[in-house]
Every structure is written in C-alpha cells, then in structure tokens.
Ligand binder design. Structure first.
Ligand code: FAD
Ligand code: SF4
Length: 480
C-alpha cells in the first residue's frame, strides 16, 4: 500500500469501467463493474486531505449537495476501516447506495486533485463503503427508541420523500408515505433504467425503512384516491414530494403521428417489465426492429438510447439542439464549478450516432405512423446585444432521417395544478413549481415541499438533501 501522503503523486485514477459491450446489451443488469478493495484503498490514498475540501463544500453550486465528509471517509477506507468509513458516510447521506450508483458526482468536479490531474474516484469509494456495510451486516434497522404522537404524511416516494421519511421516522414521528405507483422509489424505480440502478437496491432500502417503522401506502394517488381534506384531518404535517414528471413536448408539424412517444412512457414501461409488473393495460412501446431517433441530448435521452439498444433497435440516433460541448473543461465553468463539457455514457458507447445543433421542423409519416424527421442545423446567436442566445436555422442545412420510433427526451415541466395542490391551496412560483419558503414550508401552514416538485428536474442527490431539509422544517414546525 502506498504512503497516504504521496498517494496523489504515485497513484493514477482508475475507473472500474463497464461490462463488455456485447455482453451487457443482452440484459438490463448494471453495466458498471467495481474495483477490488485493494485497488479502492489505493484510490482513497489519492485524496490529499487538502486544507479546504471543496468536494464537501456547503455552497450549493460546488461539491457534494449532501455535504458528505469525503476526506474523512477516504482516510478510513485507506486504512481498511470500512465500518468507521460507513459511520462517517451516513452522517451526510441517507442512501449512499443510490448516489454511489447514479450520482454524476459534483464532488469529483470540485476535487482539488482535479485542478491539474484526475479527481479522486469518490463515487466508487462511496458505493463500496455502503455495499460492504450491507454485506457485512453493519446496516441494521434502527428503530427509534421513543415514538411521538405527531403524524406526518409524505406524498411521493422518490428520493426526496424517502429521505424525509427516513429522517422524520428516526426522530420518532409516525410517517406514512403515499405513492401513486405500484412500488415506492419514484424515478429511482420507474425512470432510471436497471442498467444504471438495479431495482433490488431500491427494494432493499424500502424494506429497511419499513422495518424501522415507515408505513408505505402504494397505488394511492393523493387528491384522487384520498383527499387533501383526509390528510389534513389525520396528519399534523404534510410533505409534498411528488416530483416533476410533466414531459416537455415538441410542437412540430406531424407531432400527432403514431410512433412519437415521451421518453418517460418508454422508460417506465421497460422498468415495469423488468420488475414483472403488469403492463397489459398500456399501449406497448417497443424499439425492436426499429430505427429510433431520440430528441434530447441529456441523461434521459441517453437512457432511451441504452434501452432502445437492449430492446433490439436496428439503429439509434440522438439529436440535441444545443451545440456540441468541448471535450475539456471550458473557461466558462472553471474549477471548482460543474464543468459544461462533453459527456459520454455507457449507453452512447453501445452504438449510437449523436448530432448536436439540430432542430426538428417536421415529422413525416405514412398511414398516420411516423416514418421520418425533417431537420436542420442551427447556429446559436444573440437575440440582441447582451441578450440570450437563440437558435437560428443555418440556410441550406436541412436534412431528413428515417425513423419508426421517435422518443422525446427534452426535459420535464411543472406538474401544474393537480387536484391535490389546488385543494391544499399552495402557491406556485413563476416556473409553475410549488413555491418553497424558508424551512421548506409552502404558503399553507403545516404543508411542506421537497425535491423536483419545487426545484424542477434535478438530481437524486439534490432531492435527497431537500428531503432532509424538509424533515428539519417539519420537526421545527411540530415544536420538537
Ligand atoms: C430517466 C431519468 C433518468 C435519471 N437519471 C438520473 C441519474 O442518473 N442521476 C441522478 O442523480 N438523477 C437522475 N434523474 C433525476 C432524478 O431521478 C430526479 O431528480 C429525482 O428522482 C427527483 O426526486 P423526487 O423525490 O423529487 O421525485 P420523483 O423521483 O419523481 O418521485 C416522486 C414520486 O411522487 C409520486 N407522486 C406524485 N404525485 C403523487 C400523488 N398525488 N399521490 C401519490 N404519489 C404521488 C410519483 O408517482 C413519484 O413516484 C433521472 C431522471 C429521469 C427521468
Ligand atoms: S453523493 Fe454525489 S456528490 Fe456527494 S459524495 Fe456521493 S458522488 Fe459525490
């Protein structure tokens, strides 16, 4: 084992990589492999224990949003003290097994080591700490010693709702989580594909929360199956953690053709099939034998690429309207900020053609079914001096592509005025999301909010942190 003090000089960053492409596209199991303990301890030795660990900065735009004490747990891992590392890790993170698999790791983007070399592989270290915790029996159900009288309803079981439920339950409150879907987990279960996050990982955590005393009521849409009035009568506080699943649409000629689908409909169906859920009531969306075009170059688009390939698409293309990002960190997002640079996922490596600066003008079709797209290249120009850049079609750049399935993955918008939100009477912000006041309160006393429903589409780690913040706000509201 290298000396801790010289680790960052003597050891290079090592990433575990993925299972071989030809093997992994035949199933939906996790694509990422893991480093051995010995290799991981060497990687932990690369942590410089620097004076100001930007990786764990509490500044919202830099470092780990749950403020994990990264240098401290790296040191324990270096010394092979996995239980001690786990204790430190779980001080900040409620569910490191989720973030250890799917977090884009803003901590690594602000790692001091990363200024002139590669950042420490923090996410991998985090994942191994928690998985050792589970496999070695360090993660036991922790049942609160004192139960309070107060009851809290959590609406939505995504990472925000789960984190809040965990914290509130640990403080002794009686927590009931309501979830409209058949199983808890939100996007962890129905959005993120199994090849990034296998669902036994979510189930394992939900079972633990149940053993600790959290009650889950699934298949219950609050506002429809039970009313806001019912919640108000039976609970002392309510947390809204319903996410932001409203898909952004594309208004182009031919949009009404069959075969143009929203990404979430496509992805959630596959996740449900993988989880042996009944999908017979849904119109099947399949990429098998099809030429697929994904519109939207983000993570959801990339998940559509990987899922299409596994379903047996004959070709997959991905279009993004924004320009191709630079390969290296650009000056506009200097260290320690999150760099706006090119990212290539395991799905992209499985066989996908990517194009940037592309707009779709028209969908073409036959017999009311999509057969292609008419597109053009765009250039981003300033609308006015000092104004925002807007896309302008490059003359003569028009081109057509054939497609049998088009997946719209252009982000998410506010869920808007649902029955529940209207019945409760909460205020909305200018983007249409539920307004968050200090302490995660809403405009209605006793009603709190957390996660994508107030922030808009974000990250698992941010939703988790917001759930923790909401739990604090609720605890203070209940006078504890
Ligand atoms: C395809 C996809 C891939 C992603 N990949 C990543 C990734 O790799 N890494 C990452 O960090 N982030 C990723 N994200 C983003 C991340 O999943 C979300 O930011 C996060 O899940 C938001 O958490 P949340 O708890 O606010 O809401 P959600 O996870 O959306 O959960 C909200 C839950 O509330 C339920 N609900 C809503 N209304 C009601 C009601 N009235 N009654 C009962 N239940 C209700 C919904 O059914 C849902 O289950 C991805 C998102 C998508 C869509
Ligand atoms: S939760 Fe994300 S940002 Fe925080 S330490 Fe883990 S990988 Fe890094």
């Amino acid at each position: 084992m290298r000396h801790r003090e010289r680790g960052f000089i003597e050891v290079s960053r090592e990433d575990p990589g993925y299972r071989p492409k030809d093997e992994r596209v035949k199933d939906y199991r996790a694509v990422e492999v893991r480093l051995s303990d010995a290799d991981l301890r060497e990687q932990a030795a690369r942590c410089m224990d620097c004076g100001i660990p930007f990786c764990q900065s509490a500044n919202s735009s830099v470092g780990c949003p749950v403020v994990n004490v990264i240098p401290e747990f790296n040191d324990q891992v270096y010394h092979g003290k996995w239980r001690e590392a786990l204790e430190l890790l779980t001080e900040g993170s409620c569910f490191p097994e989720f973030t250890g698999r799917v977090c884009p790791a803003p901590c690594e983007a602000s790692c001091v080591c990363g200024i002139n070399t590669d950042a420490v592989t923090i996410r991998q270290i985090e994942l191994t700490i928690i998985e050792h915790g589970f496999s070695r029996g360090y993660v036991d159900p922790r049942i609160p010693e004192v139960r309070r009288d107060e009851r809290v309803a959590v609406v939505g079981s995504g990472p925000a709702g789960l984190a809040a439920a965990h914290k509130l339950n640990q403080s002794g409150f009686n927590v009931v989580v309501y979830e409209a879907d058949q199983y808890p987990g939100g996007m962890l279960r129905y959005g993120i594909p199994d090849f990034k996050l296998e669902k036994w990982v979510v189930e394992r955590r939900v079972e633990l929360l149940e053993k600790e005393g959290v009650v889950f009521e699934t298949g219950v849409e609050v506002g429809v199956d039970v009313s806001a009035h019912y919640l108000n009568k039976r609970f002392d506080a309510i947390l809204l953690a319903g996410g932001a699943r409203g898909p952004r649409d594309l208004s182009a000629e031919g949009r009404e053709l069959a075969g143009i689908e929203f990404a979430m409909d496509f992805l959630s169906q596959q996740n449900m099939r993988n989880g042996s859920e009944d999908v017979s009531h849904l119109e099947a969306i399949s990429a098998k034998g099809k030429r697929v075009v994904v519109i939207g170059g983000g993570d959801t688009g990339s998940d559509c690429v990987g899922t299409s390939i596994r379903q047996g698409a004959v070709s997959v293309q991905q279009f993004e309207i924004m320009p191709k990002p630079p390969m290296e960190r650009p000056e506009s997002t200097p260290w320690p900020l999150w760099p706006n640079k090119m990212r290539t996922s395991s799905s992209h490596l499985e066989g996908c053609k990517r194009q940037w600066s592309v707009t779709t003008n028209t969908f073409t079709g036959e017999d009311r079914v999509v057969t292609g797209l008419e597109c053009a290249e765009v250039k981003w120009v300033l609308s006015e001096p000092g104004g925002r850049p807007v896309p302008k079609v490059v003359e003569g750049s028009e081109f057509a592509v054939e497609a049998d399935l088009v997946l719209l993955a252009m982000g998410f918008v506010s869920p808007g005025h649902t029955q529940l939100l209207d019945d409760l009477g909460v205020d909305f912000n200018e983007r249409g999301f539920v307004t968050r006041h200090p302490e995660n309160a809403t405009s209605v006393p006793g009603v709190f909010v957390a996660g994508d429903i107030t922030d808009g589409p974000s990250l698992v780690v941010r939703a988790m942190q917001d759930g923790k913040n909401a739990a604090k706000g609720i605890t203070a509201f209940l006078g504890c």
